[in-house]
Write a protein that binds this ligand. Sequence first.
Ligand SMILES: [Zn+2]
Length: 275
Amino acid sequence: MKSSEVEFFTTPLTRFAPTIADISGVGAPEFSPSERVEEVKKLVLDKTGKSTVDKVVIYNPDALGAWFVDKYTETFRPLKELSDLRVDYLTMYPPKTPVCFGTMFTGATPEQHGIHAYVKPHLKIDSLFDRWAEAGKKTAMVSVAGQSIPLLFQGRNIDYFLYKSDGAVIDKTVELIHSGEYDVIEAYVMEYDTVMHMTHPKSVFAKSAARRHVRGFERIYNAMKSAYADSDSFLAFAPDHGVHREWYLLGNHGKNIPEDMNLSHFYTVLPKEKG
Ligand SMILES: [Zn+2]
């Protein structure tokens, strides 16, 4: 698949934050655009009969781009089977982790949030984390420590659970879901990104990392299914950007090419079980 044969996706990632704000019943962060991803709002309405959900879990595996998800059908079959809706986004340029997550949780463009490279500043502009906290939603961030999301969105009135490994992140996320204590949980994992930089996007090691990210998704889904049976809940599989292989053979990302910029999210609504 040569990049010249692939079109760029068109829905900008800036629309994610205001859409998630709407379905979680809070105001959109200040820099959000006025447009929403209408299919997401329709999905929530169709499956729950109302416009908001009670519980939100956002799962952020790093660097799983659209082409990769489409190429490895077997690996991603559980994700596609458990999800109701796929939304194709054009991520932000340059497609580097803090640039993209800076946008994903604020609705701001890189010009507005000011991150244009692989730097991880304390981002003080209005974000979903601020909106959830202000609305009294109990919010947890579960992440590998020292990574973009916990550094950009530090100092918010939310609970932080930071670990050394993806395994610990998934275990804690599942535990927090079962506790029922949180209204919103954000979980970030990064093995695929790490491994594909050390090898390349389609290496055996990168593919096993991707399988573990899908397994993490399944564990989160199953936990929500049992622990959130009395709630309407929403699960997002929400990576930040794609990847490509460089002429020097290692995996990388950061270019304005469809392999790096085209992103697919998968969304699921688990309606309250009647009974
Ligand atoms: Zn990334």
